[in-house]
Ligand binder design. Structure first.
Ligand code: FES
Length: 410
């Protein structure tokens, strides 16, 4: 009787094991990269171009275009006998290399641009220094396939959801919204592919790039892009050491510097990647900009968090999956407001379920806007798994769940 089960006569894992001894780059199952070129992308960014193996291409090509601008890969690098894993944003798009470095790339000994990926790295930290200075050309390393939600598709989903919530909106126009890209330093890397993709999709694009150094090498490239898209691309390069480049007289991102961009905020999606200080500044600035129909600009912000998604939380149920957390119900007391509510999820979400408004920004543990003081009780951080003490200490309500009854100084 046919059961549909077909035993593998020769196990792929076994073939892979033997094959990797003969040729480390080849694999039926493991995505791998081989370094083919290294070159300067800007004053302080080194680009590394890798050839992809067949397993990488097969596992990536489920998505027709290969990958989306803004995604990243996890590289697994062996240094002094220890494996280290780091996430790096992909530069450019799978089938559409960047507009300015084709000439450099074409000199590399590779069969096709479609079979390569490029990352850009600042030579900071052990792994990045190793990749930029010591990894020999021709060396093979293991990698994940491209992943992450810092993509236009994610932004369109958000815009679509927002449009469908509005009473009198042009629901078909959400794809043409304005995109504001805010980058700090090397946070520009994931934006390089996203911006070209956005311009090709006929978005209005504005770039705000904060950097501590002179940005001469990138300036030329943004000029080129502006010449190609004069009506839909503009950029502001802020050298934090040069007052002449500041927006609204401030070296930091503020509400005034955002407003000076004169954007249609109700239809603007924001992508941000940079230091925590930059992201905190952005969420604080966005909190002061009000939108029609009770909407908040902070809800239109997408930040790059390299896949550090929050755990799934569920009340008193059997859970499966790596990041699932099983939570008991506890009571939260807000001392100053003299309110209380039951919580079986994050403190922020549980409060909102009871129509109690608490301060928040990113809801991902980044911006600190939900930070408050806990008077007593034990909470658990769902990103790190760390349990708090039971005394007075600051906590973030968006990433903590109650493990006992808790009193907050709110
Ligand atoms: S809302 Fe941003 S850290 Fe909690």
């Amino acid at each position: 009787m046919a059961t549909g089960y077909r035993p593998e006569i020769v196990q792929r894992a076994f073939v892979d094991f033997i094959g990797s001894r003969l040729h480390p780059f080849r694999s039926l199952t493991t995505p791998k990269l081989r370094l083919v070129a290294r070159y300067e992308l800007s004053d302080d960014l080194i680009a590394l171009r890798f050839e992809t193996n067949r397993a990488f291409r097969q596992q990536t090509n489920g998505a027709k275009s290969g990958w989306q601008g803004g995604q990243y890969i996890d590289l697994r690098v062996l240094i002094d006998g220890i494996y280290h894993q780091r996430s790096y944003s992909l530069v450019g798009l799978a089938n559409r290399p960047l507009w300015w470095h084709d000439a450099i790339v074409d000199s590399a000994p590779i069969k096709s641009k479609r079979h390569t990926v490029t990352i850009a790295i600042k030579a900071q930290g052990m792994v990045s220094r190793y990749l930029t200075k010591h990894l020999p050309i021709g060396a093979t390393i293991n990698t994940s396939v491209p992943r992450g939600h810092f993509t236009l598709a994610q932004s369109l989903m958000t815009a679509q959801r927002e449009a469908s919530n509005r009473e009198h909106s042009d629901k078909d126009n959400f794809q043409k919204n304005t995109l504001l890209f805010i980058a700090g330093g090397s946070g520009i890397t994931p934006m390089l592919g996203l911006i070209t993709q956005a311009l090709n999709n006929q978005h209005q694009v504005v770039l705000l790039h904060y950097n501590r150094t002179e940005l001469a090498s990138f300036t030329q490239q943004w000029q080129q892009l502006h010449a190609a898209y004069p009506n839909s691309f503009r950029y502001h390069l802020i050298n934090t050491e040069d007052q002449n480049s500041y927006l609204s007289g401030s070296r930091h991102l503020t509400t005034d510097s955002l407003l000076s961009l004169n954007l249609p905020w109700a239809d603007t999606q924001i992508f941000a990647c940079g230091s925590q200080a930059l992201l905190v500044g952005l969420y604080q600035a966005a909190t002061d900009i009000t939108l029609p129909q009770g909407r908040y600009l902070r809800d239109s912000i997408t930040i790059e968090n390299f896949g550090s998604a929050l755990a799934d939380i569920s009340f008193d149920r059997h859970q499966t999956g790596d990041k699932a957390i099983n939570v008991q119900e506890h009571t939260i007391y807000l001392r100053a407001r003299q309110r209380q509510f039951s919580s079986d999820t994050t403190l922020l979400a549980a409060a909102e379920r009871e129509n109690i408004r608490l301060a928040y920004g990113c809801r991902q543990g980044v911006c600190q806007l939900c930070r408050c003081n806990k008077v007593s009780g034990v909470v658990k951080n769902i990103q790190t798994g760390r349990l708090s003490g039971d005394g007075y200490e600051p906590i973030q309500t968006c990433i903590n769940i109650a493990m006992t009854d808790v009193v907050l100084d709110i």
